[in-house]
Design a protein around this ligand. Structure first.
Ligand SMILES: Cc1ncc(COP(=O)(O)O)c(C=O)c1O
Length: 344
């Protein structure tokens, strides 16, 4: 029995077209600015986001960290949601590598209240760290892939600007947010100084992310990337996949959203499981299994035995994420396996 892998959109494999593109990519040493495929890709990525320049980085983590270190200096304050990926995960690199002071601004289901942001920005004072940067995340992973509207995004960015803060968007899945709200990723990017998006999630590339911003910002960021060990040689093999992704993989993610919705509705009918349908806005489904009376680890073990992989969100939830390898027929098969697993 082949496993149905719903753990994450990071589990996607490159398409045949991407593998062909790698084979035929023109390559050079990117540290000498001599990889034509990287150059073509970075120009195209900047264009898609409406920014002046872009930089290929190895991961979302590296893109965010490079941005943080370009915007701020050790000891500066960065305002961000404690449920954001940058704060919650990434092995504390915000503090240990960038040396920044986090100022938590809690969100409600991924949405920061404008009044909370206003309150969190302190007036300059000899005793306080210098507030330098606001980090936003869209879609918001730990709230179940919720997508912040362009209206709220604009309002938050407006407040940050009033107070002289720079703004970075962790847009690992910014195209999912744009699809959800019927706008473009460039609409979100227009409001911020820098934006990071991932190639290696719903866009199906084997690795890579992009950091975009002004020409000056990206020139600085290039140096920070190098400092983090992110200078690359024949990186055109990554960029070649990225070019295919930008052309073919963005719009198809609407199917992932439809499949997540179908999955969520049917999971809600399975005894022991429930899904807050209002939380299912993009490609993630957080499933509350607490009524089943078994632990998250036990539920995951039963699902695996039935042939379905999920991610743990203990103590009450597990997570399913739809992606390119999950079509409507696989959703049906997954549901029948989940039903069996929960009956056992
Ligand atoms: C919102 C968000 N930001 C950043 C990252 C980090 O991306 P990477 O795993 O490529 O470092 C992730 C990964 O899941 C994410 O979900």
């Amino acid at each position: 029995m082949e496993l149905i892998n719903l753990r994450s959109d990071t589990q996607t494999l490159p398409t045949e077209e991407m593998l062909e593109a790698i084979r035929h990519a023109a390559l050079g040493d990117d540290t000498y600015d001599e990889d034509p495929t990287v150059q073509e890709f970075e120009a195209r990525a900047a264009d898609v986001l409406g920014k002046e320049a872009a930089l290929l980085v190895l991961s979302g983590h590296m893109g965010n960290l490079t941005a943080l270190m370009t915007h701020a200096r050790p000891g500066d304050e960065v305002l961000l949601d404690p449920e954001s990926h940058i704060f919650y995960y990434e092995v504390g690199s915000l503090a240990s590598v960038a040396g920044l002071m986090p100022k938590p601004v809690p969100s409600h289901h991924g949405m920061i209240e404008p009044t909370d942001l206003r309150e969190a920005i302190r007036k300059r004072n000899l005793h306080y760290p210098v507030p330098r940067l606001l980090c936003l995340e869209n879609t918001h992973n730990r709230s179940g892939g919720r997508a912040v509207s362009l209206e709220l995004h604009r309002e938050l960015c407006g407040i940050a600007r009033e107070h002289g803060l720079a703004i970075h968007l962790d847009g690992a899945r910014v195209f999912n947010a744009a699809i959800r709200h019927g706008v473009s990723a460039a609409d979100y990017a227009a409001e911020v100084d820098s934006v990071m998006f991932c190639l290696s999630k719903g866009l199906s590339c084997p690795l890579g992310s992009v950091l975009a911003g002004s020409k000056d910002f990206i020139a600085e960021a290039d140096m920070r990337r190098k400092r983090l060990g992110g200078g690359m040689r024949q990186a055109g093999i990554i960029a070649a996949c990225g070019l295919v992704a930008l052309e073919k993989m963005i719009d198809r993610q609407a199917d992932d959203h439809d499949n997540a919705r179908t999955l969520a509705k049917a999971l809600n009918e399975i005894p022991g499981l429930s899904v807050d349908l209002s939380s299912v806005e993009t490609n993630m489904v957080y499933v509350d299994h607490s009524a089943s009376g078994v632990s998250t680890d036990e539920v995951l073990a039963r699902l695996r035995k039935a042939g379905v992989l999920a991610s743990a969100r203990p103590p009450r939830h597990f997570r399913f994420v739809t992606h390119r390898h999950i079509d409507a027929a696989i959703v049906e098969e997954a549901l029948s396996r989940v039903r069996k697993a929960m009956e056992s």
